[in-house]
Design a protein around this ligand. Structure first.
Ligand code: G3P
Ligand code: MG
Length: 312
């Protein structure tokens, strides 16, 4: 007797146990198909909408080489909606399906790489004083969310290791080393963490401190760098030289530095440009043909818009 015998359920009889099994198999197949079928188109549509599939660059080179829609970099995570540089902000940006997340890092007094923008704790935590004078344990005891909104109480200053883990397999990561952290050995600490996390081809390191970036590029050429144009160091210098000196993959510039000369030089030397911080759709429309990527605090808004741009 077949375990799939349908005889008791059917108003007619089938010719053999084999036929019963075939009919049962088809029935189960249809049942599973209907169940999954309702979800697959919706899931596929989500993947396409959020660029999780064919639009998603898998490496830093693919990211900058894009000739498709403007790439979206979530500046400090989804920082318009969540407290900047926290796991909440980064996780929310990942859920939107951004191509890359940007974070700022510095170093604690006990040599841990931590994710925070300012040199001091005052603006974005309930602590006071320089970040570099606090130990990792002291930093972790601070609240990095309630300054933004009461609902985010309990958000912590993340470690770089945590952010690498969060982004792995979901998005590329731009680690911006704050200038003051370069003398605290940040470039090699960051490079070690990126390597340990297995994210060497998913991370691009940038810094306003070109010396730190040059050291990193020569010691760890396998990790991509991007030069951040810094008027203090680079005044009057051709962007192609700024990038060439470090061997960077791209130039990251502030919107006010995106002059026709900068655009012309980068295009002539095939250097991709990423510009920060673009939060207005009007501005995005003006510059999108000049740049490969934008940093934005509003990745939700910008993703929706770039999807409607033509892809060539
Ligand atoms: O890395 C791009 C941008 O984040 C640089 O400026 O001050 O927001 O870190 P800032
Ligand atoms: Mg930054």
């Amino acid at each position: 007797q077949s375990p799939f015998s349908l005889s008791p359920l059917l108003p007619f009889s089938l010719s053999s146990p084999d036929a019963e099994e075939t009919v049962a198999g088809i029935g189960i197949g249809i049942w599973i198909g209907i169940g999954i079928g309702g979800r697959v188109p919706r899931y596929t549509a989500d993947m396409v909408r959020q660029r999780r599939w064919f639009q998603r660059p898998k490496t830093i080179d693919a990211f900058y080489a894009s000739d498709g829609p403007t790439r979206i970099i979530a500046h400090r995570g989804w920082s318009a909606r969540y407290p900047e540089n926290t796991l909440a902000a980064i996780g929310a940006a990942l859920d939107l399906g951004v191509n890359m997340v940007e974070i700022d890092v510095t170093v604690s007094s006990d040599h841990q790489v931590v994710v925070i923008h300012d040199e001091t704790l005052d603006r974005t935590t309930n602590g006071r004083g320089p970040v570099s004078q606090a130990s990792f344990e002291e930093l972790r005891a601070l609240d990095a969310g309630s300054w933004f909104a009461a609902v985010f109480v309990g958000e912590r200053i993340p470690s770089l290791a945590e952010v690498l883990e969060l982004c792995r397999g979901r998005s590329l990561l731009n680690v911006e080393i704050k200038p003051e952290a370069v003398s605290l050995d940040a470039p090699s600490l960051v490079a070690d963490l990126v390597t340990t996390a297995g994210m060497v081809d998913r991370v691009v390191i940038s810094s306003f401190n070109p010396t730190g970036l040059e050291q990193l590029a020569s010691a760890r050429p396998e990790i991509a760098t991007a030069s951040l144009l810094n008027p203090e160091y680079h005044h009057g210098q051709d962007p192609a030289d700024v990038v060439g000196q470090v061997g960077s993959r791209a130039l990251h510039v502030g919107d006010s530095e995106l002059t026709p000369e900068v655009v012309e030089s980068c295009h002539a030397h095939r250097i991709p440009i990423a510009v920060y911080t673009i939060n207005s759709l009007q501005r995005l429309r003006e510059i999108r043909s000049d740049v490969a990527a934008i940093f934005t605090d509003h990745p939700d808004r910008m993703l929706e818009t770039t999807e409607s741009f033509p892809t060539t």
